[in-house]
Design a protein around this ligand. Structure first.
Ligand SMILES: [Mg+2]
Length: 325
């Protein structure tokens, strides 16, 4: 009975704190637009609410969710299935074949161009479009992904169970096209509904699929948005709708991890035993997720971890910086 009473008191106090914090944020914003103390470089109103916000957010964290993560972003290829089955290698062969046919190149020339376009534009498709080739993404993906040996991807019921045990929103965040994402998930035995949202090539580049009269080509080379470029992460953060410091991004690509960290996301590199500089975690395979990052499941009364506290403080700093700007 006493526990229930304390629980209700915590809830009421947190609710009150949330409302008061919103009011203070509005108050800060108004004051930052029209400072009541024009001669003072730091008006007192901006310092006292800062202390209060620390208290309120700590209360929030203790009551609401002891996990440091409100949302998880999963890469697909070589993250949800092992790279050892060679899907990436087959994909590269298919890209070489596409480049060979499209640009009239020898095999070795096509491979070199693929590497170069990846370095400069993030993908061969983006590079070809930037160079002015009239390539429709569907034609590219139907050859590059459509001919992959999907039979190598085995059903993974343990992965399905693992994903379903995560109560926070999960988002699949892949550079691949939607059809490829669906086929991979189907092979893994994971329902698309397991994810709250799928962010794929089409999501990030809707304008490339807009109908053009009489199939006229685009006037200027279009900009293709893909990981690891910041625009892709900004889009994902915006779609997810959570503070980046409270989102966990899992990917096998070091360059993707690097940009994700710059965007403020928590990061976990998959396929490595040791952490890289920009990764908060490292896990050899996705099956080791629970062991590597147990705090994902700390949402039912577990202790507030160091990372959770750090994320809360980072969130406060960012909010404060925005208010003071
Ligand atoms: Mg990947």
């Amino acid at each position: 009975m006493r526990l229930i009473t304390i629980e209700f008191l915590c809830f009421d106090l947190t609710f009150f704190c949330n409302r008061l914090r919103i009011a203070l944020n509005v108050h800060d914003f108004i004051n930052s637009k029209a400072p009541p103390f024009p001669d003072s470089p730091t008006p007192p109103i901006l310092t006292s609410p800062l202390l209060l916000q620390f208290f309120f957010l700590a209360m929030d964290a203790l009551r609401r969710n002891n996990s440091p993560f409100d949302c998880l972003l999963f890469d697909l290829d070589d993250t949800l299935y092992p790279s050892s089955i060679g899907i990436s290698q087959e994909c590269k062969k298919n890209i070489d074949e596409f480049l060979r046919m499209k640009c009239g190149l020898w095999q070795e020339e096509a491979s070199s161009l693929r590497v170069e376009l990846f370095k400069t534009h993030g993908s061969s498709l983006a590079g070809l479009m930037a160079l002015g080739y009239d390539v429709h993404p569907d034609a590219y993906h139907s050859l590059v992904h459509g001919l992959l040996p999907y039979e190598r991807i085995a059903p993974d019921p343990k992965l399905r169970e693992l994903l379903l045990s995560i109560t926070q929103p999960k988002i699949l965040f892949t550079n691949s096209d939607r059809k490829h994402a669906s086929r991979v998930l189907q092979r893994l035995g994971i329902e698309e509904e397991c994810f709250h949202r799928i962010i794929c090539f089409e999501t990030m580049n809707p304008e490339l699929f807009e109908l053009r009269p009489n199939s006229t080509p685009l006037q200027t080379p279009p900009v293709v948005i893909l990981k690891p470029f910041p625009a892709a992460f900004n889009a994902a953060i915006s779609i997810a709708g959570f503070h980046p410091h409270r989102m966990l991004f899992l990917d096998d690509s070091e360059s993707n991890i690097s940009t994700a960290k710059s965007a403020g996301l928590c990061t976990a590199v998959v396929g490595r035993r040791t952490r890289m500089k920009e990764a908060d975690y490292a896990l050899e395979t996705i099956s080791g997720l629970r062991r590597a990052i147990p705090e994902i499941w700390c949402d039912e009364g577990g202790e507030l971890t160091g990372l959770a506290v750090r994320n809360e403080l980072d969130a406060i700093r960012t909010t404060t910086a925005l208010v003071e700007a």
